[in-house]
Design a protein around this ligand. Structure first.
Ligand code: UDX
Length: 437
């Protein structure tokens, strides 16, 4: 099959590379010439484990190409995926669909015969209808079915998530060529279909909503356990044991019950807000999600105060080492990372901040110019009054605690990811606090 991927960002590139690995002919398009030039040179614009090798092998096999020429890439394609960004619109939280509609118009101008246009970008309910309207207005002469096929990729585990998905969701409209679109999508995902990954065929609006509902539910699960963690601290209980105790109930499930500094990243914060906007537009409030958004926002700064509390309520003139800046491990993504709010509250309190992150420091430097960036956890801790683990990168799981304590002014550790067992850290001489225990 010939597949065109419009947008070679995180989702487009991972999806395009995986489709080519299934044996399809894939061309990834992007407006950004420097990005396409980098891809031609074998350099990845993002950090994602395994992606570079996957891209290299499929380019070598001649199944994966990159271009800035959208029209050329669209001509003759069996399926055209839209995987462009949908950032939060400044000020109101609505998803900004400018790039989606721009791509739609360019596709309309370039199609040469019947095809299927698939929205992979996370788009609000009803966007598929709008995409279809545009295509119909501009190209009444060609049969173009519009499908919703949301992605459920986690950064850092995206290739595995793509190749071994819990489910594939496909939203089609019967009225507009739905049966043909379903067949094309079945062919696109055939290797997974043969692997018995469940494929759900649903209506297009339903598919669009599934994506938001899934992310909002996961954000709710995290926020729930974070509030239970606070309650654990208040009553003298242990949140890790509570998570295990409730997670073993199959109806609840053990995943996404790790208490921490609050969720961040490119999806949960943006998608929960966009869901609230849809709910408002349709006058059907989802008050649980309203609470989740506000509790999570408050939590990030509260984690800054937790660090300040561990330093006897005063950080003026003190130095804090932050280990882990990205919103989670195995990514270089700093979007909505809890570290941003935590660092700001420490700086506001008059502290100096030293930071270390295995992959995120380039992006962090642009967003937090006022901290000192270091080349190892030990360098970051040198001369510090406290060290805070904000992201659970593997390399922070087995720190030489004696060495760490040795380079600090005072051995104080605030472990916002519950990486360590309290006894182990205390044995190394640390005053230790963690989340919910
Ligand atoms: C998420 C969804 O998992 C994915 O399906 C969707 O397509 C995009 O959004 P991602 O943003 O890459 O993926 O990260 P994820 O691993 O889900 O973590 C999101 C945030 O929640 C991180 O900040 C993480 O630290 C936090 N988290 C996650 C917790 O605090 N506790 C948990 O138990 C799980």
């Amino acid at each position: 099959m010939k597949i065109t991927m419009i947008g070679s960002g995180y989702v487009g590139l991972v999806s395009g590379a995986c489709f080519s690995d299934f044996g399809h002919d894939v061309v990834c398009v992007d407006k950004d010439e420097s990005k396409i030039a980098a891809l031609h040179a074998g350099r990845m614009p993002i950090y994602e484990p395994g992606l570079e090798q996957l891209v290299a092998s499929n380019v070598a096999a001649g199944r994966l190409t990159f271009t800035t020429d959208l029209a050329g890439a669209v001509a003759g394609a069996d399926a055209i995926f839209i995987a462009v960004g949908t950032p939060s619109r400044r000020g109101d939280g609505h998803a900004d669909l400018t790039y989606v509609f721009e791509a739609t118009r360019e596709i309309a101008a370039a199609v040469t015969g019947p095809t299927v246009v698939v929205t992979k970008s996370t788009v609000p309910v009803g966007t598929g209808d709008r995409v279809e309207e545009i295509l119909r207005e501009e190209r009444p002469d060609v049969e173009i079915a519009v499908v919703s096929n949301p992605e459920f990729l986690r950064e850092g585990a995206a290739i595995g998530d793509f190749k071994r998905p819990d489910r594939i969701v496909i939203g089609t409209e019967d009225a507009n060529d739905g049966a043909r679109a379903q067949q094309v999508m079945r062919d696109v995902y055939r290797p997974l279909y043969l692997n018995e990954s469940p494929i759900l065929f649903v209506g297009r609006r339903t598919s669009e909503l599934i994506k938001y509902a899934a992310n909002a539910f996961l954000a709710t699960k995290i926020t729930f356990i974070n509030e239970i963690a606070d309650l654990c601290e208040a009553v003298g209980a242990n949140v890790q044991d509570v998570s295990r105790g409730i997670g073993l109930d199959n109806r609840i499930g053990a995943k996404f019950l790790h208490a921490g500094p609050g969720y961040g990243g490119s999806c949960f914060p943006k998608d929960t807000l966009a869901l609230l906007k849809t709910a408002e537009d349709f006058e059907s409030p989802v008050r649980i999600v309203e609470a989740v958004v506000s509790v999570n926002d408050t939590r990030k700064r509260a984690m800054g105060r937790k660090i300040i509390k561990a330093l006897n309520e005063d950080v003026k003139g003190k130095t804090v080492a932050i280990l882990g800046l990205t919103f989670k491990p195995n990514t270089d993504d700093m979007r909505d990372a809890p570290s941003l709010a935590i660092v700001q509250s420490l700086l506001d309190g008059g502290a100096s901040v030293r930071g270390y992150d295995p992959e995120g420091m380039d992006a962090a430097k642009a967003m937090m110019p006022d901290i000192t960036y270091c080349s190892s956890p030990y360098e970051a801790a040198t001369g510090a009054d406290a060290v805070a683990i904000v992201t659970e990168w593997d390399i922070f799981r087995a720190l030489d605690l004696k060495r760490l304590a040795g380079v600090m002014v005072a051995p104080v550790m605030i472990d916002l990811r519950n990486v360590y067992r309290p006894g182990d850290v205390e044995k190394a001489g640390f005053a230790y606090s963690s989340v919910g225990r």
